[in-house]
Write a protein of this length. Structure first.
Ligand code: PXG
Length: 463
């Protein structure tokens, strides 16, 4: 029997999964006890599991299925490309049509003079490329000591050694260490860390840390700053309006390279093609992945400005690349995904229809006793769970409030994730207003149940 087309009963699949499949970011014994949820089909914003549940995917997979599941056009393009040229590399002075066409299309969509694309297989790989690119850039310019990259605590840039080091997550650093030459400043998380400051003043203060760090390290040692326009995996932390303009000013003043990690915020998520446009950021390099192919094929890359590409070129051969850089099937599928995003005006749908409709309902969740603030940019949202809104208080860790609420969402056939005490969503960009109603209805029910259980257990109290 072919287990893929005619699968085994759920319990058997779960047993095989536990025996042989090591999952990312997972407590394996814990999962083995419980059994993993087996997802079998996807259509639009809907998933089906092996037990036949119809689940609304509030996370677009892992922030990536921007055009929604089940688009046949992408399957057809993949099949055609596999028949015509399943693989060829882009090393050794060779190229192929899908990589050419996709690079040209990305350059057309990207703002400013971001005109050059270096392909990778994922966001992590692309950020590893970026580390080498920015260090090589200063090298060629005769400043090889300019190597330090400044990043943020609670930022996420992947989980390879380079990506994990750029990210500011201590548990990741604890498993395998960090590469050298990366330092972290604090994140612009006003709700959690702003104390008595206004959001605007706090945004400026957190951006100012970049300037202080550059001066402390010596500008002659600093290569670049990297940040996500909105921190995704960190909890959909939307920075105060003052933050990015000040970061931009500092990068301009000290002449350090600015990398916008657009792996989540790219390709329509924020209501523009790129989050940098939403926040007025002018990066030298953008990291892309996820929405580039809507997750239908693994592909990522770096979009590089004219000046950085020119300097890298002046240096002669750049000793870097992946077997699958510009993979023809992945590139063809990504190109078809971009055609659909563009021709079906999906970014306009986010900005003009889905965002405004969801925004009203998302903000209204703050009426719920469990919800403090609600943030939504485009179709990327978060709510803070709190036992005391006025004090922006935290729950005790033992309340497991995020996990508890996520479990209620799962039970109610809604995928809404928890990051600590924030609940986050990033649904497929094609979500309709009727589907938004269902998402909100299930979210409310889950919040009600979570709240009731906290109350019943005497846990609805500040830490
Ligand atoms: N940068 C950003 C901003 C990301 O969100 C990566 C880089 C790495 O991409 P790859 O393709 O190597 O995974 C990401 C990935 C989560 C979660 O728990 C988020 C990501 C990946 C896995 C889990 O929200 N983002």
């Amino acid at each position: 029997m072919n287990m893929i087309t005619n699968h085994l009963p759920t319990a058997e699949l779960q047993a095989l999964d536990a025996a042989h499949h090591m999952h990312p970011f997972t407590d394996a014994p814990g999962l083995a006890r419980k059994g993993a949820r087996v997802i079998t089909r996807g259509k639009g914003v809907w998933l089906t599991d092996s037990e036949g549940h119809q689940i609304i995917d509030g996370m677009a997979g892992l922030w990536c299925v921007n055009i929604g599941y089940g688009r046949k056009e992408l399957a057809e393009v993949a099949a055609r490309q596999m028949e015509e040229l399943a693989y060829y590399n882009t090393f050794f002075q060779t190229t192929h049509v899908p990589a050419i066409a996709l690079a040209a299309k990305i350059a057309e969509l990207a703002p400013g003079d971001l005109n050059h694309v270096f392909f990778a297989g994922s966001g992590s790989e692309a950020n590893d490329t970026n580390i080498r690119l920015v260090r090589r850039y200063w090298d060629v310019k005769g400043q090889p000591q300019k190597r330090v990259i400044i990043s943020r605590k609670n930022g996420y840039h992947g989980s390879t050694m380079g990506g994990g080091s750029l990210g500011g997550m201590a548990p990741i650093h604890a498993h395998g260490g960090m590469i050298d030459g990366i330092v972290h400043i604090d994140q612009p998380y006003w709700w959690g860390e702003g104390e008595d400051m206004t959001e605007e003043a706090f945004g400026l203060a957190r951006a100012k840390q970049l300037e202080d760090k550059i001066l402390e390290l010596g500008v002659e040692n600093v290569a670049a700053f990297i940040g996500e326009p909105i921190q995704g995996a960190g909890g959909v932390i939307v920075p105060p309006s003052t933050y990015w303009p000040e970061i931009q000013r500092i990068c301009d003043t000290y002449g350090i390279l600015l990398i916008a990690d657009e792996v989540i915020t790219g390709f329509g998520r924020t209501g523009n093609w790129f989050g940098s446009q939403t926040f007025g950021i002018r990066p030298h390099i953008m990291t892309i992945a996820k929405g580039l192919s809507s997750g239908y094929q693994p592909i990522g890359g770096s979009i590089i400005c004219d000046e950085v590409a020119r300097v890298i070129g002046e240096g002669g051969e750049f000793f870097h690349g992946y077997t699958y850089s510009g993979h023809p099937v992945a590139a063809a599928v990504a190109l078809e995904n971009l055609r659909i995003l563009q021709e079906e005006h999906i970014v306009d749908h986010v900005r003009n229809v889905a965002h405004p409709y969801l925004k009203e309902r998302w903000d209204a969740l703050t009426d719920h006793p469990l919800v403090g603030e609600a943030k939504l940019v485009g179709l990327m949202g978060s709510i803070a769970l709190t036992p005391d809104k006025a004090k922006r208080a935290k729950f005790a860790e033992s309340s497991n409030v995020g996990y508890r609420t996520r479990e209620r969402c799962f039970a109610n056939n809604l995928i809404m994730r928890a990051v600590g005490d924030r609940m986050i969503i990033a649904p497929p960009l094609v979500i309709t207003t009727a589907e938004i109603d269902i998402l909100i209805e299930r979210a409310k029910k889950s919040l009600d149940e979570s709240y009731a259980s906290l109350k019943a257990e005497g846990l609805f109290v500040p830490a």
